[in-house]
Design a protein. Structure first.
Length: 133
């Protein structure tokens, strides 16, 4: 098992914050309508991970990836304050055989984000030196 982390800091501008990892920076600003909300990045991440995982498999097997598309949708539940019923629609882009499509679906389940969500890793919130919540 390897450990991963990202840094998220407030920008001092309302509730906006920036997340950084390996030189990339993402801005989250729930007050700005044109900016994705932090929770929407979860859907982006799931879609990108699935597309990369299936795309890699397709290239390794000589299939074109030009039209590969992954659409991720979910229902946001106000009472639980989270997504429910997350759906990943894999659209490989051309007519593939039934067996090829089944293989793509099986490979899509190898996405790390998919596996994390499916197995619901525990999340602890803490302030170092204080008890976890």
């Amino acid at each position: 098992m390897s450990s991963h982390s990202v840094s998220v800091r407030a920008t001092g501008q309302g509730v906006a914050c920036k997340a950084s990892k390996r030189g990339w920076t993402f801005t989250f600003d729930p007050d700005e309508e044109s900016s994705p909300r932090a929770i929407e990045y979860l859907l982006f991440s799931l879609g990108a991970c699935t597309a990369a995982t299936v795309g890699r498999y397709m290239r390794q097997h000589g299939f074109p990836t030009d039209d590969l598309e992954v659409v991720v949708s979910a229902n946001f539940h106000e009472t639980s304050r989270g997504y429910k019923d997350i759906k990943v629609s894999l659209r490989p882009g051309r007519d593939f055989s039934g067996n090829e499509q089944l293989a793509f679906l099986a490979v899509a389940r190898d996405c790390r984000i998919h596996n994390t969500l499916e197995h619901l890793a525990g999340v602890q919130v803490e302030i170092p030196g204080l008890a976890s919540v």
